[in-house]
Design a protein around this ligand. Structure first.
Ligand SMILES: NC(=O)c1ccc[n+]([C@@H]2O[C@H](COP(=O)([O-])OP(=O)(O)OC[C@H]3O[C@@H](n4cnc5c(N)ncnc54)[C@H](O)[C@@H]3O)[C@@H](O)[C@H]2O)c1
Length: 299
């Protein structure tokens, strides 16, 4: 993506944290920007602070297909076709899978996974029809690679966003639409206050909010990376058409350690019947996948 100016961007979760950083960076590039968020007061505050006619607000719950369809109509009526899509809205619960409820699953899966799915299903067909190319950035996290007990549902959603993004990158390349997955570490944001935007209908299965823990997390996020720094790194990666956007270099060693551990789980089993044919089949598939990863048409 080299030509940002004049394009229209749709940024979910655009009113705070990573999202508002993206909004500021895109406006500075001469884009029209829709701030799509569930918090109307945050949208208003953002619009007031930006004071820019190329920014508009749209109240959406990304887990709702109807909300996104309505938002797409409103934004395209004002600014024209959306060709830069940032599926960024996200929420977190700091608890293990076995201490979670179905309501917890439905909320996090709804926002963190169905949000990006709904964004893609709403905007990508329009982008393809418009034929002007474009770019999709899905916000995952380092939690798309690094899992421990404490954020089990969050890990599940973020690993899935990575899969969605990698597959989409291959299939959208022939349409001139790039795809990247954003994997930040700690960000200076309000994600610790996610419970404020939990839908009423999904509260019955919620554990009482641990206010001490929220306070502790607020203090931790204070030394998170500034959203403007993250946004600059996102735009740089888009210009380079780089798939993984690792904004926090301090994770490089840990990821290398984890990949090393994954490789250690392979075993050299004796050859079984069918191995030869399977290997031939996989050779062709592997070549096709490699080409697709590099944005080339698979033959
Ligand atoms: N904060 C971190 O340390 C961190 C680290 C890695 C990845 N991330 C990811 O970054 C993304 C942005 O989060 P953030 O840290 O900036 O948090 P944030 O809470 O500051 O901002 C998220 C925004 O999303 C909005 N939102 C929440 N639910 C929504 C919904 N259903 N529909 C529409 N908007 C909704 C919120 O109102 C908020 O404005 C998330 O996907 C998050 O998982 C955050």
């Amino acid at each position: 993506m080299k030509d940002f100016a004049g394009r229209t961007a749709f940024v979910t979760g655009g009113a705070n944290g990573v999202g508002i950083g993206l909004v500021r960076a895109l406006l500075a590039q001469g884009c029209n920007v829709a701030i799509a968020d569930i918090r109307p007061a945050s949208i208003d505050a953002a619009l007031r602070a930006l004071d820019n006619p190329r920014a508009m607000g749209v109240e959406v719950d990304v887990s709702s297909r109807q909300d996104l369809a309505r938002a797409a109509e409103a934004v395209e009526a004002k600014f024209g076709i959306v060709s830069l899509l940032f599926n960024n809205a996200g929420v977190n619960l700091f608890q293990t899978v076995e201490e979670s409820s179905y309501d917890d699953w439905d909320w996090l899966m709804g926002v963190n996974l169905h949000g990006p799915i709904n964004g893609v299903m709403t905007f990508v067909p329009r982008m393809i029809r418009a034929g002007q190319g474009g770019y999709v950035v899905n916000t995952a996290s380092m939690a798309a690679f690094l899992a421990a007990g404490v954020c089990g549902i969050y890990n599940t959603t973020k690993f899935a966003v990575r899969g969605l993004s990698e597959s989409l990158r291959a299939s959208l390349a022939p349409h001139g639409i790039g795809v990247s997955v954003l994997c930040p570490g700690l960000v200076k944001s309000y994600i610790y206050a996610s419970d404020e935007v939990r839908p009423t209908g999904l509260k019955a299965g919620a554990k009482p909010v641990n206010t001490e823990n929220v306070k502790r997390l607020a203090a931790v996020h204070e030394f998170g990376m500034e959203p403007d720094v993250i946004a600059a790194r996102v735009l740089e990666a888009m210009r380079e058409d780089r798939f993984h956007i690792f904004t926090h270099p301090e994770f490089k060693d840990e990821l290398s350690e984890v990949f090393g551990e994954i490789m250690q789980d392979f075993r050299d089993y004796p050859v079984d019947p069918g191995h030869g044919q399977r290997t031939d089949f996989e050779k062709t598939r592997r070549e096709s996948y490699r080409k697709q990863r590099r944005g080339l048409k698979a033959s």
